[in-house]
Design a binder for this molecule. Sequence first.
Ligand code: HEM
Length: 507
Amino acid sequence: MRMPPGPFPLPIVGNTFSLPEKKPWIYFEELAKRYKTPLLTFWIGRNPTIWICDAWVASELFDKRAGIYASRPRMVVFGELGPGQSSLVSMYYGSRWRVHRKLTHMGVGLQQVRNYLDFQTDESRLVAYNLLTTPEDFVVHLERYAASVVSIIAFGRRITSTKDPVISEVLAVMQKAAELNVPGKSFPMLLETFPLLAKFPNSIAPWKHGLGSKRNGGDRGRPFYYALAEEAAANENQQQCYAKKVFDEAPKYNLSREEIASLNGSLFGAGSDTSSSTLVTFFLACTAFSETLTPAWEELDRVVGSDRSPLMDDEPNLPYVKAFVKEVFRWRSVAIIGGQPHAPIQEDTYKGWLIPKGTWIQGNLWAIHRHERDFPEPDRFNPSRYLKDSPDSRPFPNERGYMAFGWGRRVCSGQGLAEQGTFITIARLLWGFRIEKAKDSSGKEIPVDIFNYTNGLNMRPEPFQCHIYPRSAEIRDTIKREGEEAERRLSVYDGETKYSFSQYNKK
Ligand code: HEM
């Protein structure tokens, strides 16, 4: 039996050297069209990888056969040289993964997420408040918001300043890691083709980019997160937080220091850049497709008015805003190749094709969310495709209408938190602001490029300009009043850390 179709592999190197320099997800979408196949095989060295470019196949394999496609493959760069088997994200399926999933659930499971609504809403009120004075810094405000929410959950401590090390240093490292992990023909990803090269010590192996260094106790960031977790758990004055819970559970599950660090650190690693990048995409969509805002304003004015901002409870009465949020998740999904690869725990077949046990199999969200059959004119940002009875709506294999959070048993652990936060923030920003193209000194509109995205696994728009201002004087007053109240309420989470990320990451 043969594996799914794809380009003919060369001995030893497979297809590695036909990978493009950047954004391989576009190349895989083209290959799927060229071979007229919903899933294709592409050889990275001697290892086959499978790329699913069709929502219905992703759903059939990852969701309907979730018990089979629940593991991760062997990964040299992200796995063995990175967080490896102490991190939920890259762990193989099995009893230890179940423990980590359960512990992560204690932090960001749906039950917990409801308890976070108040401070998450207040943090999002601060985004609107900050935009009144420094709209040009919208990206930084979104980063602060997303990092602060996970910091309150993990350590009971909010992030008030954009100078906080969690923003300035950690996010930069996370974005770098997302860039390094993109399948490609240069190092370090070439290590997936030649895994033997990973065995050389770092001192004589510049191609490893410092990955896998044991000098600081493992991968970059781990000791830092352990220190932060220990500090938070020991602080009697700090609010109840996830780090405390993890330390309480540690003896029961015999958790190592690495595991404690990674349970806390994963919330940042998986949750902050993804959430803020999604909101940056929201601003790009508004700037490029300004006509989609008018129906949102009409709905928000009718349902909410000017003397308060929208709340989560308004969601059932805001179908267009809800559709708008869905379209943000679909249009430019941040985890553009669906996060880490899945791997089947046993051999499987699909439509007569063989999928061997342990195969690296990736859901290519770029192709899935741009499939013309499911999303006509896919690059057009069009919330109406998510409205019931709209001529633009099409069937989709799941109820949500998108797959931005992955699939099956490995579906994003933070999905509830992220969806809740994205809704309250987008609803508030749509309610509060006009978001338009910026103008140059001669008054001409500055165009934006809807394809100009970063190259990382978690992608976001490259910097762009837009003009953001409150929709009315009444709305401005409400944003100010609610912002000041939010600031007062959030002060219970004020606190400082004595640690900085760079002190744990000296070369
Ligand atoms: C818009 C925001 C987010 C997006 C688009 C997103 C997307 C994803 C995707 C695509 C995966 C891989 C799923 C798969 O393998 O099928 C994933 C995994 C994961 N996410 Fe998220 N995520 C977001 C926010 C968060 C947040 C806020 C947290 C936690 C605070 C989080 C924690 C995790 C964890 C722990 C995993 C690994 C799960 C496992 O392998 O078992 N994510 N996420």
